[in-house]
Write a protein that binds this ligand. Structure first.
Ligand SMILES: *Cc1c(COP(=O)(O)O)cnc(C)c1O
Length: 437
C-alpha cells in the first residue's frame, strides 16, 4: 500500500465524517499508516504532530506501550461478552475506579460506545427519573448557546451549532438555550466571574418560568470545546448547581471532551467543587484507543429505578455495552494517571507551554489567547473566508496537524508532548499564521 492507492480507494469506498466529500477534489485526504507518541506517519515517512489528539481522544500518545500491553493481555482472555445478565472483571474494576474519582458520589456507571450515546442516556435517564418520581411532565431540556453534545437525533436537540442542526431541525425535540458564560463575551468592566454571574441570572430566569416541565440542564464544564474553546469561570457551575437544586432540575455535566485531566483537574467540574447529577465521559476515557463512553450517576437516581416493575428499570442498551477490551484500555489509562502523577506533571507541562507561547500570544493578529489545563486557544484576525481550511493545509505542509474552528486555532495535544515537540508546535503555528493572511 502507498499514499496514492489508499487515497483513491478511500474516496471510492468510505464516506468520511463531518465532510463535504466534494471538497476532497481540491483538499486531499491525509493517509496515515502508523502513529507513535505525538506523531502520525504516512506511507512515505512524512509525519504530522497531532496537536489536536485526533479529535481530542488521545491522552498518552499513539502506540502507547502500556495501553498496548494491557490490550494484548485482555485479548488473550476475553474479547467481548454481552453485559445484560453477564459481567466481567474489566467493567467492574473500571466502574469502581471511576466512581472513586467522584469520591463515590456518582457510584453507578451505565456504559455505551460513543459520546453522543452517553448524552442520549443522560437525557433519557433524567426524564425517566422524573417519570418514576411521579412527574412525567418534566421532559424538556436546557443547554448553553453554542453547546455541543453530539449529533444523534436526541443529542442534536441540545446541540446549538447551526451547521450541524439546521438540516435536521424538523426531527428534533424542542430544547431551550440560555446565554453562554463565555468569558470573551464579558461586558466592559466585567470580570469572567461577573460574566458568569450575569449568565447565571439568565439561567435562573429561564428556570423560574420553565422548571415545571424541565428535566435537566446540560453543560460542558469550563470549556465549550466545539463552540471554539469558549472558556468560562468555575463560578458559573457553582451558581448553576444551586439554581438547578432550587428548581428541581438535574444538572448533566458533559465531560466527554473536558474529562480526564484536560482542564487541569481530573474532572472539570471539580474546579467548582460541585457534584453533577449525571456525568458523561468518553473520548479520553480509553486513552484514544477504543470507542467507550459512560454515564455516571448518584444513588438517588439509581434508587428511583430500583423496583419490582420491569418498566421502572432503565431499558436502554447497546450491543457493545461495557466491551472488555475498551474497559481494559480505560483501566490502563487510569493506571498511567496514577503511576505518573499525571495531573501534577501536566501542571508543570502546561506552564512550560504557556510560557513559551508568549510570542504567539503577543502576535499582532492574535486575539483572546487563553489556556485552561491542557487546552490553549486564540482567534486570528483574518478576512479570508477559507481561513480554517488554509490553516489546516498550511500546517500539514509544516508537519503539523491543526484543525481550526472558524477563526479559532487551538492546541489540545497528547499529554506526552516533549520540549522539542512543543517548540515545533509553537514555531510552526506562528509560521502558519503569517502564511494565512
Ligand atoms: C465529542 C463530543 C460529544 C460527542 O461524542 P461522540 O463520541 O463524537 O459521539 C459530546 N459532547 C462533547 C462535549 C463532545 O466534545
Amino acid at each position: 500500500m502507498n499514499n496514492e492507492q489508499l487515497l483513491e480507494r478511500s474516496l471510492k469506498a468510505v464516506w468520511h465524517p463531518c465532510t463535504q466529500m466534494k471538497s476532497h477534489e481540491t483538499l486531499p485526504l491525509v493517509p496515515v499508516s502508523r502513529g507513535e507518541g505525538v506523531w502520525l506517519y504516512d506511507f512515505e515517512g512524512r509525519r504530522y504532530l497531532d496537536a489536536i489528539s485526533s479529535w481530542w481522544v488521545n491522552l498518552f500518545g499513539h502506540g502507547n506501550p502500556r495501553i498496548n500491553a494491557a490490550l494484548r493481555d485482555q485479548l488473550e482472555r476475553l474479547e467481548h461478552v454481552m453485559l445484560a445478565g453477564f459481567t466481567h472483571e474489566p467493567v467492574v474494576e473500571l466502574s469502581e475506579k471511576l466512581s472513586a474519582h467522584t469520591g463515590n458520589s456518582l457510584g453507578h456507571c451505565f456504559y455505551a460506545s460513543d459520546g453522543a450515546s452517553a448524552t442520549e442516556i443522560a437525557l433519557k435517564m433524567s426524564h425517566h427519573y422524573w417519570r418514576n418520581s411521579g412527574r412525567p411532565e418534566k421532559c424538556r431540556y436546557l443547554s448553553l448557546a453554542g453547546s455541543y453534545h453530539g449529533e444523534t437525533v436526541g443529542a442534536l436537540a441540545v446541540t446549538d451549532v447551526a451547521l450541524f442542526r439546521d438540516a435536521y431541525a424538523p426531527l428534533l425535540h424542542q430544547a431551550m438555550t440560555v446565554p453562554s458564560p463565555d468569558a470573551r463575551l464579558a461586558e466592559a468592566g466585567e470580570s469572567p466571574a461577573d460574566c458568569a454571574a450575569r449568565c447565571a441570572r439568565a439561567l435562573e430566569d429561564c428556570l423560574a418560568e420553565h422548571h415545571g416541565r424541565t428535566a435537566a440542564f446540560i453543560v460542558e464544564p469550563l470549556v465549550q470545546c466545539a463552540a471554539g474553546m469558549a472558556m468560562h469561570d468555575p463560578e458559573y457551575l457553582r451558581l448553576a448547581r444551586a439554581i438547578c437544586d432550587r428548581y428541581e432540575v438535574h444538572l448533566i455535566a458533559d465531560e466527554i471532551a473536558v474529562g480526564f485531566g484536560r482542564t487541569g483537574t481530573f474532572f472539570a467540574h471539580q474546579q467548582a467543587a460541585i457534584r453533577p447529577d449525571f456525568l458523561c465521559l468518553s473520548k479520553g476515557i480509553s486513552g484514544g484507543y477504543l470507542p467507550l463512553s459512560v454515564v455516571m450517576t448518584s444513588d438517588r437516581v439509581y434508587q428511583a429505578f430500583y423496583a419490582e416493575d420491569l418498566t421502572r428499570g432503565f431499558l436502554h442498551s447497546h450491543s457493545y455495552t461495557g466491551n472488555p477490551l475498551a474497559c481494559s484500555a480505560a483501566l490502563a489509562t487510569l493506571a498511567i494517571f496514577e503511576q505518573d502523577d499525571v495531573i501534577a506533571a501536566n501542571r508543570r507541562l502546561a506552564a512550560r507551554v504557556t510560557d513559551r507561547a508568549a510570542g504567539l500570544a503577543a502576535h499582532p493578529r492574535v486575539r483572546h489567547f487563553r489556556n485552561r489545563g491542557m487546552i490553549w486557544a486564540f482567534e486570528v484576525d483574518s478576512d479570508d473566508a477559507q481561513f480554517s481550511r488554509k490553516v489546516f493545509a498550511e500546517a500539514l505542509s509544516r508537519q503539523l496537524l491543526l484543525r481550526p474552528i472558524g477563526r479559532t486555532i487551538y492546541f489540545m495535544p497528547p499529554y506526552v508532548i516533549g520540549d522539542d515537540e512543543i517548540e515545533h508546535l509553537l514555531q510552526q503555528t506562528l509560521a502558519v499564521i503569517d502564511a494565512v493572511r
